[in-house]
Structure formats: C-alpha cells, structure tokens
Write a protein that binds this ligand. Structure first.
Ligand SMILES: Cc1cc2nc3c(=O)[nH]c(=O)nc-3n(C[C@H](O)[C@H](O)[C@H](O)COP(=O)(O)OP(=O)(O)OC[C@H]3O[C@@H](n4cnc5c(N)ncnc54)[C@H](O)[C@@H]3O)c2cc1C
Length: 494
C-alpha cells in the first residue's frame, strides 16, 4: 500500500475536531491525521444551535444520535421563534417543517392567502406540525407515521470533547502547542510545516486551517483575501453568557430583536445559552451587556464573554495545499444557526474532491466555486431578516431598512411582493417554505396570487384546508412534552 498522505488540522474547535473525525472515520486507511491545538488560546466556545442537516452528517459519519445528545446536553430544535423583527411586539416562527401541502406548481401559502381573502383559513401555523409542536413545548422524533424535521441545541465545548475522544480512538494524533510560524515552500508556495512555540515542527502534505477568526494558515500565511460583507451584515460583536434554566427547555431557539441588535436564547438540558449580537457602529459594549443581562431569566453561571468578528468570507477557501473550514474561512452571523452546517458541507465537499493525486488546482477551484454559491445563498437569507422590517425606532433598524441589498435578494423580494412566488435557494438548503415563513412573518404580504389558488371554489378550499389543519392537530395530540421525551430518549450524562 502507498504511504499515507499526511493531513494536518490546525485548530481544535468544533471545526477542527469535525474535520479530524470525519477524515479519520472515512479516509483513515489513506490519511494520517494530526491535529494541533493550543490549550492557552482555547476555542470560541459558542455555536450551540444547529439545523437539520446535522443529522445527515452524523449519519454519514456513524455518530449515534442518542450518544451524541447524552454527551452534549442536547435538546431538540424544531425552528426559531423571532420576536420583534417585523415590528416591536411581533412574533413569528421559522420552523423546519413543511407548511400545509404544496404541489409542483403552487406553494401552499398561495391557497392560504386565497382563504384569508375569503375570510377563513386561520393562521399559517395551523398547517405545520413542527410549528404547533414548538409552541406547545412538545416533541418526539415521530408522531404516528409522520417523522418530524428537527435539529439540536448542544453544548459546543462538550461537542468538541465528544469528537476529540472519537477522533483519538480512530488514531488521530493530537499535538498541544501554539503555532508560531507557518513554513512555506518557496518553489511551490505550498505549506510545508507548522512550527510550534516550544520548537516542535509538524510537517504535512495537506493542511486544514481551523484556527478560527485568526485564519493563521489561509489568511495570515497564504494571504488569501477576505471579502467583507459588513455593509449588509453590520453586526461585528457578540456577548455570550450562560444561565441556569428556569423552565423546561422549549424545542426552539429564541431570537429577540432589540433596538440595536438581537439576542439568542438556546435551551440545553441543564442550562441556557444566551447572547447578544450587535454592531459597534450603533451600540456600545456596555449598553449591549446591560440589554443582555436585563433580558435573561435564571442565574448567570458565567461572566459575559465579548467576541469580535467581521462578516464575510475568504474568497478562495482552498488555496495551494490548504483549505479553511469554520471561522477561518469566514463568518455569517449566527441568526439562522448556519455555521456548523457550513462546516459539515465543506467537509463533505473536501472529501469528494480530496487531492489524492493529479493536479490540485482544478479541484480547489471546484471547491471554491461550490462554496461561494452556498455562502451567498445563506447570506441572502440572513439579510432578508434585517431588510424586511417596518422598524424605524433606531439608527440600527433605519440603516438596515434602507440599505441596498444583493440583486439576487432584491429580485426574490420583488417577485414575492407582486405574485407570492417563492423557490428554494440555489443549493436547496433553505426550501421555499423557509423564505415564505420569514417574508410573511416579517409583514411582507403578496399583492397578487397564483391563479391556481382560485381553481377550487371557496367552499371546496375550506374543506381541504380543514382536512390539513385537523391532520396537524391529530398528530400534535400524539406528541409528549419535549422534556419528557428527552428524559427517556437521551438524558444527559453527568
Ligand atoms: C457569537 C457567535 C454565535 C454563534 N452561534 C452559532 C450557532 O448558534 N450555530 C452555529 O452553527 N454556529 C454558531 N457560531 C459559529 C460557531 O461558533 C463556529 O462555527 C464553530 O464554533 C467553529 O469554530 P472554529 O472551530 O472554526 O473556531 P474556534 O472555536 O475559534 O477554534 C479555533 C481553534 O484554533 C486554535 N488556535 C488558534 N490559534 C492557534 C495557534 N496559534 N496555535 C494553535 N492553535 C491555535 C484554538 O486553540 C482553537 O482550538 C457562532 C459564532 C459566534 C461568534
């Protein structure tokens, strides 16, 4: 057998350990994986809400759901409840579930809007099991024969620990130490080795930069340009604090908009993660801290941790023999909990395009193109939440309401406003109903509807909608309380 290729993962946060674990798990016969991390620097320590694709990733890489949940204090997540986003006092949910029944020509909300125009149809949420269950605090992986679409809330530090233990048992070598220099081959421009402060050298054939916002390899050493997106996503700071739980964990994340930022609440089995995201252009650190601490319940367990960031991405996440995964490749703010998802998809992409032999540059370019398209799709969806608001109570909201947006998003909003048409993003990550939920939730109602919504008479439409909403109510009645389900399915290990 040929000599194993040496892969060096720099950084041991969520991205680093996910990279080490997945490479060792599926390509361990071909790759010799070493991970370098610095205990003195530590990890970002946040990143606790996820999206349903994590389940598929875990299935690809043999991670058992219950074991993972027990080890990470995890709870289930059916979506996000957004408070005060369209206007102060508003509330809506973006859930992972389907709403009603769409068909190849028309999305369900078109029928619902037609019903509204005729004075019936109730609320959009009456047609979505995940949404009704989230609000009722209920959960099970299945209601009768219907599988729920869900993700998780997890303890980020415990998740990295869980992955480390699995990686080391697969033979991943962990080297503790601070990287002080990155040595580059003057002829090829490839990275040759990492030099550690204590004098140790870690050489490799391929490097995965997971050094977080520092981007030591791709950014600092290889000088790959950072494309700044802060004119669309102005937030550049967050403060995070953990509190004791005061109620059973709800199966959703809460995103509460304030006059100059927004706050998250992420319920774990034994505690709650809280944080505020804001822009230093519009809010001081002291004011943000006061807003955060004034809007938590329970006792604080940690001191508020200040995190500074810049939204945007490295234009070429793979350059020479180095790929950036995680925060080293860029950051979109955490409003829709998409960072771990982007780590997972990058790792799957890397493994499909892994440079075992032949020219590396075309593989890198394919990786870069696919990654760029994916990030732009997620970016547009996040911007929508800020742009589509009626809020005019602060400089912060006035900035967002009036800002220019990417053409791709402007086109989408225009079509919805006129005709109510929605479609999935270009990588089929956010489906049509995600866009619909946010647009309607934030007060954008279409002026016209697809003609097919009038094919049924109002009486027949009413009968069909009632069938759908009673199917949801019927399934909802089968679900236990979320916390009771956790107790029997995956109680946390102490
Ligand atoms: C405020 C905020 C909220 C977030 N919320 C979510 C969320 O809800 N959901 C979600 O999916 N994502 C979220 N994220 C993103 C998520 O936290 C990250 O994507 C995830 O934690 C991965 O981080 P990382 O591993 O890339 O970086 P880090 O956790 O920063 O890890 C970097 C690693 O590199 C090492 N390192 C750095 N420099 C050196 C050096 N010189 N020598 C040796 N080692 C070094 C560090 O020790 C560490 O091990 C959030 C991010 C922020 C900032």
């Amino acid at each position: 057998m040929d000599k194993k290729m040496r892969v060096v993962v720099a950084g041991g946060g969520t991205a680093g350990w996910l990279a080490a674990y997945s490479l060792a798990k599926r390509l361990g016969n071909l790759l010799d994986v070493t991970l370098v991390e610095s205990d003195a620097i530590g990890t970002v320590g946040v990143g606790e809400a996820t999206v349903p694709t994590m389940r598929r990733f875990h299935a690809f890489f043999g991670i058992d759901e219950r074991e993972f949940m027990r080890s990470t204090q995890a709870t289930f997540k059916l979506g996000i409840v957004f408070d005060n986003w369209g206007a102060p006092g508003d509330s809506y949910a973006h859930t992972f579930g389907e709403i009603g029944q769409s068909n190849w020509m028309v999305e369900f909300h078109q029928y619902w809007l037609e019903a509204q125009a005729n004075g019936f149809g109730g609320n959009l949420e009456d047609y979505c099991l995940e949404l009704k269950a989230a609000k009722a605090g209920k959960f099970a992986v299945k209601a009768g024969e219907t599988h729920l679409k869900y993700a998780f809330h997890l303890d980020a530090t415990a998740y990295a620990r869980f992955l480390r233990q699995k990686s080391e048992s697969l033979g991943v070598r962990r080297v503790e130490g601070k990287i002080s220099e990155v040595t580059i081959d003057p002829d090829t421009g490839n990275i040759q080795s990492l030099e550690l402060e204590q004098g140790q050298q870690v050489a490799g054939d391929f490097f995965v930069d997971c050094t977080g916002f520092r981007s030591l390899l791709l950014g600092d050493a290889l000088k790959v340009e950072f494309e700044d997106w802060s004119h669309w996503l102005a937030a550049d700071r967050a403060q995070a604090v953990q509190t004791t739980s005061t109620e059973p964990p709800p199966p959703y994340t809460r995103c509460i908009a304030h006059s100059s930022g927004w706050q998250w609440r992420i319920p774990l089995q034994s505690r709650t993660g809280n944080g505020i995201v804001y822009s230093s252009r519009f809010c001081s650190d002291d004011d943000a801290r006061a807003t955060l601490l004034g809007n938590i319940s329970g006792e604080t367990i940690t001191e508020p941790l200040l995190l500074k960031f810049r939204t945007g991405r490295r234009i070429d996440p793979w350059h020479k023999n180095c790929v950036a995964i995680g925060l080293s490749g860029g950051f979109l703010e955490p409003l829709e909990s998409t960072s771990i998802h982007l780590i997972d998809t990058s790792l799957v992409r890397l493994m499909k395009l892994f440079p075992f032999a032949g020219a590396m540059a075309p593989l890198a370019e394919q990786f870069n193109q696919e990654t760029r398209i994916e990030w732009e799709a997620v970016r547009d969806f996040i911007i929508l939440h800020y742009k589509q608001t009626q809020r005019d109570d602060s400089e912060f909201w006035n900035y967002y309401r009036n800002m220019d947006i990417p053409d791709s998003l402007a086109h989408r909003i225009e079509i919805f406003k006129e005709n109510g048409f929605t479609w999935p993003d270009s990588v089929s990550f956010f489906p049509a109903h995600s866009w619909t939920q946010v647009m309607i939730g934030q007060g954008l109602l279409p002026e016209h509807r697809h003609g097919a919504s009038r094919i049924l008479s109002p009486e027949a439409l009413k009968v069909e909608l009632e069938k759908l909403s009673s199917f949801v109510s019927h399934n909802l009645a089968k679900l236990p309380d979320h916390s009771d389900f956790i107790k029997q399915y995956c109680p946390a290990e102490n």
